[in-house]
Write a protein that binds this ligand. Structure first.
Ligand SMILES: Nc1ncnc2c1ncn2[C@@H]1O[C@H](COP(=O)(O)OP(=O)(O)OP(=O)(O)O)[C@@H](O)[C@H]1O
Ligand SMILES: [Mg+2]
Length: 219
């Protein structure tokens, strides 16, 4: 699936102080199957941008098109449907639910159909090397295992677009590379579009295109 971002702006109103302009006139086209890295200093607006393009937040102005569909015209149900069917998101902080097991956490995006999806969940857990941990709670896992669980959760729906916000930022380099390989293998095999935020130059170099965000602008 392709993505078009047109004249996108995001402001945060601050109680004290002037309005914070976090994204400033972002224009970007990403082709179907393309792998793009977003880099830039802390606070530049990278997470804000992928949350908006991943349909988890709305812009102050401007538009996002996914497969030529204007997402600003979608209601909450349409947005939810689009996210559930087509988008996989790996967060900067993995947000696993502490009271749910690894298997249950992975099934959350497909909860309505969890009985039928369990086979797929176990398959994907095998791919990320977590078969022995399916019944563990997140606090019984190492950081790398938690992030692999978050990766499995993002991939369970066979998404057409994957957003990954520093997926390996908090990990040991060896484990990080393993997770990156899984991510790249999946997007290659399924021809998914990949939008990746990273501070890691080596990881950025594995993508088709690197985009630099500085102070809310594309440079
Ligand atoms: N909900 C919010 N309310 C107010 N300001 C916010 C909010 N979310 C983010 N910001 C501000 O927006 C700016 C961009 O934040 P963002 O998280 O997008 O940065 P980032 O580029 O992802 O940084 P990092 O590399 O540290 O993750 C920051 O100055 C941040 O303080
Ligand atoms: Mg961020």
């Amino acid at each position: 699936m392709n993505i078009q971002i047109k004249n996108l702006n995001k402001d945060y109103i601050q109680e004290k102080g002037p309005t914070l302009k976090v994204l400033k006139d972002i224009n970007l086209n990403i082709s179907s199957g393309e792998k793009v890295a977003l880099i830039g200093p802390s606070g530049a607006g990278k997470s804000t941008l992928i949350h908006i393009v991943g349909l988890m937040d709305s812009p102050t102005s401007g538009k996002v098109f996914i497969n030529d569909i204007d997402c600003s015209l979608m209601d909450d149900n349409d947005l939810c449907d689009m996210r559930r069917k087509n988008i996989g998101f790996i967060f900067q902080f993995h947000y696993l639910l502490p009271d749910f097991t690894v298997l249950e956490n992975i099934l959350i995006p497909v909860w309505k159909d969890k009985v039928n999806k369990e086979k797929r969940a176990l398959e994907i857990l095998d791919q990320v090397g977590l078969t022995s941990k399916v019944n563990c709670l997140p606090n019984e896992l190492s950081g790398g295992q938690q992030q692999r669980t978050a990766l499995a959760r993002a991939l369970i729906n066979n998404p057409k677009i994957i957003f990954a916000d520093e997926p390996t930022g908090n990990l040991d380099r060896t484990i990080g590379v393993e997770i990156e390989n899984l991510l790249f293998d999946f997007s290659k095999n399924s021809q998914a579009t990949l939008v990746l935020v990273t501070h890691n130059q080596e990881l950025a170099c594995r993508t088709d295109r690197v985009i630099n965000i500085i102070d809310g602008r594309m440079v």
